[in-house]
Design a protein around this ligand. Sequence first.
Ligand code: GLN
Length: 301
Amino acid sequence: MERPDFFTLKNGEKAKLPFTEKEYNQRVNKLRTSMEKNNFENPKQEIEWLLCDLLNYKRVDLYVNFEEIVSPSKLKLLREWIKKRLKRMPLQYITGNTEFYGKKFFLNKDVLIPRPETERLVEISLECIKQTNNPKVLEVGTGSGCISISLALERKDAQILSIDISENALKKAKENVEYHKTKNVSLSKVDILNDLPEGKYDMLISNPPYISYDEMQTIMVDVKDFEPELALTDFKDGLQFYARLSDIGPLLIKKNGWMLLEVGINDHSKKVVNLFQSKGFKDIDLLTDYNNNKRVLRVKI
Ligand code: GLN
């Protein structure tokens, strides 16, 4: 039987040449090959990740709902997305969102892409405030707001102040606060290295910029060229925020309260521990992430 010239897709869009599975595969394979040529490690996985976002699918839907995939306009968008990816833009900036602690967060180039190890920071922080009613929490360097919002969703009774120096980051955080309807998160512009937010808190939590200026020169292009420098590095030794927080922590945190800070891999965590010890803190622990790396510093005040 001859194929019709036009074909109406489920969304009402008319597709001139409906793709067969074979045609679709050919087109996607072409994109895949272009990524392989450019030394991407997992092109298939990356394309599937983009497709899932494009079509609002779960991974298995890609194989089950095959016919629905084949909208030419979506394929065109996919092609544009792959072009961006070929320039090494991270997938999360291409789609404008990611998942963190099981929830969706909107992103753009003004905020750091939330990392899985930071989910561990959230998990540990929930444990710290387990026994505290109506805990007051301060987050330093909120970025997308992923930490504060995740906490706020788990602890509706918490009052969270989330600060950042970047107004643009705060705009994104506001979008995420509104999306998740977390009324217990308030956002404020504060430069923590020079100013002090008001109030006393049960817990201070932060994933501060900890890449040293030297190390910045060696990190992968995907990160260096796309993520905000201000969120990644302190432009010095990677310890500036820890030094400042160790100074102001006791002013901001109640007695027996907690300071929870993400730290970098390799010897960064040791340097941070030494710094806190040199300032006289006694109750210091380094906790591991899911890869068994020491990534969270917990200090009892
Ligand atoms: N709190 C955000 C995150 O952990 C942003 C951190 C930052 O900008 N350094 O993803």
